[in-house]
Ligand binder design. Structure first.
Ligand SMILES: Nc1ncnc2c1ncn2[C@@H]1O[C@H](COP(=O)(O)OP(=O)(O)OP(=O)(O)O)[C@@H](O)[C@H]1O
Ligand SMILES: [Mg+2]
Length: 362
């Protein structure tokens, strides 16, 4: 299949085996030019391996990688239009900031003046103008990471590959750097392929996210779409918090489907035909549920008891035990000051309009 015009990277049925282990297990997708694209997934799912194959540090056991329409099979890492930023700050302790950034240009045979101005421009980009003569040990963690970014950017790659570049930073600095990295990407317009196992980070930064698991790509979508329309249980549970009701399709149906669960019949929209008796999951986010002190009429009303609650400033998070379900249901309720109070040791009712639920078949 020919790649789309806007794609800078095409990954075609790529797999990587280490002995019997499929670190990457047959993945195909494209990355658009200028896109901030993230690979997200739990530890060991193959993110670094896929990134290293894009960089040319690993060779696929199977499949092709094209960058700018060119097959990369026989192209060594240093001849690819890519550059990589590693998780641990890989800056040289014996070189100062300028020398660290200039190191990326060492094989480029640039005139001294040209090299100097490129280094200065790269330091400017990462807000380290004036730091050129600083020794590596005189830098904070965030500054060191910016030096690593500048060193990668100084070569003006078409694609910047970033492997958990903010992983070693504390939460506050990490959040600051996230904004900076995003801004930087917009300014330079280079395609970023960003690896993280932190879903919040991926949701904050990315144009699109590929969710990976066990070497496979489960879903590729924009952040809001991943959150609102996960295509399977694994994605639903990996992105944010999700409640799942297992059940069977009551009757062959299309449109609003009735699902028989351990807590009774629930309804959920679904666009494609489903067979009666098929096992499915109804998924609904904690913030889509209303929590009431008295019985609710109508569809999707479930009785339970509050077993725990957590105050989170702007909202309160409840865990509600439902008879017949092994896992309690999470409910997130905004604190407005006017919401009706709830019995702490009596029955409560959960309810939600069918349109706010999602039906998952896998
Ligand atoms: N050089 C190697 N030799 C053997 N197995 C490897 C090698 N590199 C990676 N693996 C295995 O391949 C799988 C994927 O590893 P990879 O490093 O790509 O995961 P990851 O998603 O980057 O995880 P993390 O979030 O922990 O960095 C793991 O099971 C890992 O043990
Ligand atoms: Mg990794």
């Amino acid at each position: 299949m020919a790649g789309s015009i806007g794609e800078v990277i095409e990954i075609r049925d790529v797999a990587k085996y280490f002995g019997p282990v499929a670190a990457v297990d047959g993945v195909s997708f494209g990355i658009e030019r200028g896109e901030f694209f993230s690979l997200l997934g739990p530890s060991g799912c193959g993110k670094t391996t896929l990134l290293r194959m894009l960089a040319g540090f690993e060779h696929p056991t199977q499949g092709d990688i094209l960058i700018d329409g060119q097959p990369m099979v026989n192209v060594p890492a240093n001849k690819r239009p890519t550059n990589m930023v590693f998780q641990s700050y890989a800056i040289f302790p014996h070189l100062n900031v300028e020398e660290n950034v200039g190191y990326g240009l060492r094989n480029r045979k640039l005139a001294k003046e040209e090299a100097r101005s490129r280094v200065a421009a790269a330091l400017d980009l990462v807000k380290l103008a004036g730091y050129g003569k600083r020794a590596a040990h005189q830098l904070s963690g965030g500054q060191r990471q910016r030096v690593a970014l500048a060193r990668a950017l100084v070569c003006r790659p078409k694609v910047l590959l970033l492997d958990e570049p903010l992983g070693a930073l504390d939460k506050k600095l990490r959040e600051e750097m996230q904004l900076e990295v995003r801004q930087l990407q917009r300014n330079v317009g280079i395609t970023f392929v960003f690896v993280t196992h932190d879903q919040e980070e991926a949701l904050t930064l990315s144009d699109r996210i590929a969710v990976m698991s066990s070497g496979k790509v489960l879903q590729i979508a924009r952040a809001d779409d991943l959150y609102e329309n996960p295509n399977c249980r694994e994605v639903a549970e990996f992105i944010g918090n999700m409640n799942l009701f297992e059940g069977k399709v009551a009757a062959a149906a299309e449109g609003i489907v009735a699902v028989d669960t351990a807590t009774g019949r629930l309804r959920v929209p679904y666009a494609s035909p489903l067979d009666a008796g098929a096992t499915v999951h109804l998924a609904v986010r904690p913030e889509k549920l209303a929590l009431l002190a008295s019985p609710a009429d109508g569809v999707n009303a479930v009785k339970g008891r509050i077993i725990a609650q957590t105050y989170l400033g702007d909202r309160r998070q409840y865990l509600v035990r439902i008879e017949g379900l092994t896992k309690p249901i999470a409910v997130s309720r905004q604190i407005s000051g006017t919401e009706p109070s709830l019995p702490s040791d009596g029955d409560v009712w959960l309810t939600w309009p069918p349109q706010l639920g999602r039906l998952l078949t896998s």
